[in-house]
Design a protein around this ligand. Structure first.
Ligand SMILES: Nc1nc2c(ncn2[C@@H]2O[C@H](COP(=O)(O)OP(=O)(O)OP(=O)(O)O)[C@@H](O)[C@H]2O)c(=O)[nH]1
Ligand SMILES: [K+]
Ligand SMILES: [Mg+2]
Length: 448
């Protein structure tokens, strides 16, 4: 055990600022001593007891608090832990923390250190820790549900299943390597391994292709695009119900990309206002238009806003990638219409950003879009780029092994599978594949 893991850490776990109650957590070998020093005694485990807290240095009373004692390893971090629920005033919290930090071997916790210790002590996987972080950051109901599933081990379980399938394939192939002379190992061990590995690769590819997890976590992006003065910023403000963007009758008002988060039926979306597209008047506007195009190309949905009172003919001047949606929003329905030939493909909405006419319908459709993109009863496996990267690497090695099936030696194929298993192990933080021989013996009864 290194020095850092032996120190005892303490911090406020309930957020900053005054509140009715603040929770101060302590974790590490001296947590029990800390409780004795401040509360005078160690209460029975996992039961809230009321205690008068004193500063052991001066004997001064600090607060009357609920004290909880969680002896390790059956605690959140796996270490001895204590929790003080004190009155949430800044001065109370500061005094209790100061008394704790004055104890030998107790220091302030670093960011995420409680969770890090929980991971190091096997109380949760990396993927569960990430789920927990997302749960704390969740803003919408769907983000909360997804994060909760991951915090409860949804991803960790799936990755464990994938890893088990790899280990099983490796076991079959290594059986051929290690026990080649033995008659009772089926010669076709390697052939037996192939179907399971092919199915696994298909599953990994499906999980990698599924972008819903990232969309729920980060929010679907909806870019508002159109010619200058179409009313894009007005539409943004109306949909967000806030004065986010400057509106004026001057074409070329918006230059910077503006973003606002929306909660659409419990799904997060990022609404993006962009500069009006035209042959730019000056260098600053040209840069705004360049940025606008970049965001439009990366959006999940583009709303092309057209000024319905405009005498110019309607033309959608953007071509987002095929997987993105492209809808037409004809604005200023409160004014007399100009000439218009509707494009065949696009979903069309007639609205007035000024009067609010048609906005309910548009909002409902946006909610439907985001729900369909992010939805589905089953929680998607991969949320973060870190997880995606590790699984992509695993799929790469597995693909390599399967592609070389006829040419590569057993050793080389097993090596690709081992690298794939290692990459998967990085998702949950478990990278050892020492369970290999167990599987060999269990499946083949080689030991006799
Ligand atoms: N009558 C009417 N006027 C509108 C409506 N929506 C926007 N406008 C007006 O149209 C003008 C341009 O609106 P903006 O929201 O600034 O348009 P924009 O597309 O963001 O313009 P740029 O940022 O310059 O590209 C302003 O004078 C708005 O008040 C509408 O629904 N009806
Ligand atoms: K404008
Ligand atoms: Mg604008």
């Amino acid at each position: 055990m290194n020095g850092q893991e032996e120190s005892t850490i303490a911090a406020v776990s309930s957020g900053s600022g005054a509140a009715a109650v603040a929770v101060i957590r302590v974790s590490g070998p001296r947590a029990g001593e800390a409780v004795r020093a401040l509360a005078g005694r160690l209460p029975p485990p996992r039961r809230a007891s009321l205690a008068r807290l004193v500063d052991p240095r001066s004997g001064e009373g600090l607060d009357s608090a609920l004290v909880l004692w969680f002896p390790g390893p059956a605690s959140a971090t796996g270490e001895d832990m204590a929790e003080f629920q004190v009155h949430g005033g800044r001065a109370v919290v500061a005094a209790v923390l100061a008394a704790l930090f004055a104890l030998p071997g107790v220091r302030p916790a670093e960011r995420g250190e409680f969770s890090r210790r929980a991971f190091l002590n096997g109380r949760m996987s990396l993927a569960e820790a990430e789920g927990l972080a997302d749960l704390i950051a969740a803003e919408t109901a769907q983000q909360r549900r997804q994060a909760l599933a991951h915090a409860f081990g949804h991803l960790a379980d799936r990755v464990e299943g994938w890893r088990a399938a790899l280990v099983r394939g490796m076991a079959l192939i290594e059986a051929g390597i290690d026990f080649a002379e033995e008659d009772d190992v089926p010669a076709e061990a390697r052939a037996l391994a192939r179907p399971g590995l092919e199915a696994l690769l298909a599953e990994l590819d499906t999980a990698l292709a599924d972008r819903r997890g990232a969309m729920v976590r980060d929010g679907a992006t909806i870019a508002i695009a159109g010619r200058p003065n179409a009313g894009k910023s007005s539409l943004m403000n109306a949909l967000a119900a806030r004065d986010v963007a400057i509106v004026s009758d001057e074409p070329g008002t918006t230059r910077d990309v503006l973003e606002v988060a929306l909660d659409l039926d419990g799904h997060k979306a990022i609404l993006i206002d962009t500069a009006g597209l035209r042959e730019a008047a000056g260098a600053v506007e040209a840069e705004g238009i360049r940025r606008a195009r970049a965001r439009i190309e990366a959006a999940d949905l583009v709303l092309w806003v057209h000024d319905g009172s405009d005498s110019e003919a309607l033309a959608i001047e953007v071509t987002p990638p095929p997987e993105a949606g492209l809808w037409l929003v004809v604005n200023k329905s409160d004014l007399a219409g100009g000439p218009m030939t509707m494009p065949a493909a696009a979903r069309t909405f007639a609205v007035s950003a000024r009067t609010g006419d048609g906005l309910d319908g548009l909002t409902a459709a946006l909610a439907g879009f985001v729900t369909a993109r992010a939805g589905g009863a089953e929680h998607p496996a991969l949320i973060r780029e870190r997880q995606r990267g590790a699984v992509a690497e695993a799929a790469g090695h597995l693909r390599q092994g399967l592609a070389g099936w006829e040419m590569l030696s057993d050793e080389l194929i097993a090596e690709e599978l081992r690298l794939a298993a290692r990459a998967l192990g990085r998702v949950t933080g478990a990278i050892d594949v020492e369970d290999l021989l167990d599987v060999v013996f269990r499946e083949f009864c080689i030991g006799k």
